[in-house]
Ligand binder design. Structure first.
Ligand code: BDR
Ligand code: CA
Length: 317
């Protein structure tokens, strides 16, 4: 089976991506490492356990990682995911944090790649703080990965969190910088604009959630809040006309599960802006090779959306 390690800040789309991985045939989820982002890392740990419980997969080890970005100020995405990161519909029977592994996330990441050299695809769907710390503790960490799949960054300087920055990069620009400049392994990116252009219809979403399964009922509850935000006037003004279901993290996950789902992509040297007044956290796409970087990342342009919808469906079946 394909071995995945998932680094998440378990908000609603992280939950969707995790459920996709757990449902995929021939995929082994070696662990889920948690990081600050959509909400506090404690909430992220709790949310991850709730997702695993909904899927009857509490045997998957969950590790607690970085509580804050490397340098900048902590932000969250409570306005979209709910203050608890999962739609503010608490479950009184949620598994307790005693189920979180004693080993820290970054140590676990390094241990797991050493146990499975060249075999693990790391799916990073959150601020990249844990990944940056991993390469600092073990500079050979990236070279032992099969590849990394990142949801984050943007390709045309339009952000979703600040004027110019996408959330996962805005939440820890230094970490994103370290990863994009030091992870010399095959890297695939689902950037913000790509996810917006790959949105699914609300009709699909309704059918998806209407499946007669506990997983679909769980998703309907946790997703209600963000769906409301998605159809709000603010987002209707998005640059891609009309709204729809954009499960950002699931695109990176789908590519990690089945690479043939990527129909078009381009290779670019990339970096991250760290000091601009309005541009801090913005991804920089070096289309003219001015940075003279040998390492290029694969930026997804087009995905087989029929196949993607099947994978989304299966996640809740
Ligand atoms: C990213 O930010 C988070 O809110 C989502 O979970 C996703 O990882 C989208 O910009
Ligand atoms: Ca996320």
């Amino acid at each position: 089976p394909k071995k995945l390690l998932i680094d998440a800040d378990c908000g609603v789309d992280d939950a969707q991506a995790i459920m996709m991985a757990l449902a995929a045939p021939n995929v082994e989820v070696l662990g889920i490492t948690c990081v600050h982002g959509n909400t506090t890392v404690e909430n992220v740990c709790r949310n991850t356990l709730r997702v695993l419980k909904a899927c009857h997969r509490l045997e998957v080890p969950v590790f607690k990682g970085a509580t804050k970005p490397l340098l900048g100020k902590c932000i969250d995405a409570g306005h979209f995911h709910g203050m608890d990161g999962l739609g503010d519909v608490p479950d009184p029977d949620a598994p307790g944090l005693d189920l979180i592994q004693k080993e820290g996330a970054v140590y676990a990441m390094i241990r797991l790649v050493n146990e499975n050299p060249g075999q693990i695809s790391l799916v990073a769907i959150a601020p990249l703080t844990n990944l940056a710390l991993a390469v600092r503790l073990d500079p050979s960490f990236p070279s032992k990965l099969k590849g990394v799949f990142i949801m984050g960054g943007n390709t045309d300087s339009r952000g979703n969190t600040t004027v110019c920055a996408e959330f996962n990069f805005a939440a820890d620009p230094e970490a994103a910088y370290i990863v994009l400049n030091e992870y010399y392994c095959p890297t695939t990116m689902a950037c913000w604009e790509f996810t917006c252009h790959s949105k699914l219809s609300w009709t699909f979403c309704a059918n998806w959630l209407a499946q007669d399964t506990d997983k679909a009922r769980f998703m309907e509850r946790i997703f209600r809040y963000s769906m409301g935000v998605s159809v709000s006037e603010r987002l209707q003004k998005e640059f891609v006309a009309g709204t729809g279901l954009v499960s950002c993290d699931s695109y990176a996950m789908a590519a990690a599960i089945d690479d043939t789902i990527v129909l078009e992509s381009d290779l670019y040297p990339v970096s991250v802006e760290l000091t601009g007044t309005h541009t801090r956290g913005m991804m920089v796409l070096d289309t003219t090779d001015m940075l003279k970087k040998s390492h290029k990342v694969r930026v997804m342009k087009k995905m087989d959306l029929d196949r993607f919808m099947e994978m989304m469906m299966d996640a809740l079946t």
